[in-house]
Design a protein around this ligand. Structure first.
Ligand code: PMP
Length: 397
């Protein structure tokens, strides 16, 4: 008999499952607002022009496909450090390791907690990106939940979060923070609220792990470092897991980094060596192409300007769609006020729609959003806003 006979089928990924259902839907009016990628006005997820230009240059000038160092390309790592930390901290206190995407960074972070800091628990927001729990579970890191989204499902529960971090954590626990554009809610703390959160994190000696997957999608590249700056003002140790999937549109090239801030350069060196050990036995070394594209762009003033412009275009398009959605919902004449969406940031928003309404949207109108009510705002289209809003108004009745 087969040794695999007892293997049961794992549940499909909830969001990717919706993508399959969407593909099979024959309604020509169908609309997919579930997946987490940016789309332009024509519904495409385009390759940025700056990326195309860098790739062209690389095709002509790249000299080898030999392995990168275990911790990645040096120029790339320097750019990551500059983008995230600026001149907030001494650069020799930061260990940067290039990883396969933000997920790879989180996985290396979880491995670091497990191998160097165990026993350690990690506090995670309710709700959060589902893969957060899966990644820490894979590395045997115990998890606890802190309150984040208020009961109205529209606003930030600052008091709940502060209460959980103050009264329920133990000194030495880790806390996972979304730097900006909280996934799945779009609800972010203000600068003042970040200062309050940071002071609790410092007081309780919690280890901040900052997930920075959407730099530039909220309010701008520099503006979106607000959480990082608040934390670094009061904590001398921190982990940042970053991704260029969204802001460079390099999703499938797997471009990310883990950056760990240590108290001094000597500790940073030891941390860097341990990160390399973790990577070596996992995927050995990171992929070259995406990081080479990013480094090529950021090494060149014109390409960098082109990137800034294209990123601004993506960010402002999302903001425009939010506005148009809120206005169109008002115009359906049924008094639906979605004004709270204007306070939310990034690609995603919690719509407040419940599971039944989400199902009805799918079954009756072929409009696909995530069961939690999360909408990918970047998936909306100007031309079809009336259709979307009429359908939502219909299921809210
Ligand atoms: N963290 C969050 C909050 C995310 O939303 C994502 C992407 N969906 C990631 C990390 C990981 O991104 P990547 O595709 O670069 O692995």
């Amino acid at each position: 008999s087969s040794r695999f006979i007892g293997i049961t089928t794992a549940p499909p990924d909830a969001i990717l499952g919706l993508t399959e259902a969407f593909a099979a839907d024959t309604n020509p009016q169908k609309m997919n607002l579930s997946v987490g990628v940016y789309k332009d006005a024509s519904g495409q997820t385009p390759v940025l022009k700056c990326v195309k230009a860098a790739e062209k240059w690389l095709v002509e000038n790249e000299k080898t496909k030999g392995y990168l160092p275990i911790d990645g390309q040096a120029d790339y790592r320097r750019h990551v450090r500059n983008l995230i930390f600026g001149d907030c901290v001494e650069s020799d206190r930061v260990s940067v390791v290039q990883t396969p995407g933000g997920t790879g960074a989180l996985r290396v972070a979880a491995g670091f907690l497990n191998s160097q800091l165990a026993p350690i628990r990690v506090w995670i927001s309710t709700p959060t990106w589902a893969n957060h729990n899966a990644v820490f579970t894979s590395e045997h890191v115990p998890q606890e939940a802190y309150r984040y989204l208020a009961d109205d499902k529209k606003s930030f529960d600052l008091d709940g979060m502060i209460d959980d971090l103050t009264n329920n954590t133990r000194p030495g626990d880790a806390v996972l923070l979304h730097a900006c554009c909280h996934n799945p809610t779009g609800v972010d703390p203000t600068a003042e609220q970040w200062d309050q959160i940071a002071s609790v994190v410092a007081e309780k000696r919690l280890l901040p792990i900052i997930d920075f997957a959407y730099q530039g999608f909220g309010n701008g590249l520099a503006e979106d470092t607000v959480a990082v700056r608040a934390i670094l003002k009061v904590c001398d140790e921190a982990i940042v897991c970053s991704s260029f999937s969204k802001n460079f549109g390099l999703y499938s090239e797997r471009v990310g980094a883990i950056s760990i801030l240590s108290g001094d350069a000597e500790m940073a060196g030891a941390v860097q060596s341990q990160l390399k050990t973790l990577v070596r036995s996992n995927y050995s070394n990171p992929p070259r192409h995406g990081a080479a594209v990013v480094a090529t762009i950021l090494d060149d003033a014109d390409l960098t300007q082109m990137w800034h412009d294209e990123l601004t275009e993506m960010r402002t398009r999302i903001k425009r769609l939010r506005q148009q959605f809120v206005e169109t919902m008002k115009k359906t004449g049924k008094g639906h006020d979605f004004g709270f969406l204007l306070d939310q940031n990034g690609m995603f928003s919690f719509s407040g729609l419940n599971k039944m309404q989400v199902d009805e949207l799918k079954n009756k109108h072929s409009i696909y959003i995530v069961g939690s009510g999360r909408i990918n705002v970047a998936g909306m289209s100007e031309d079809r806003m009336d259709q979307l809003c009429a359908a939502i108004a219909d299921v809210i009745e």
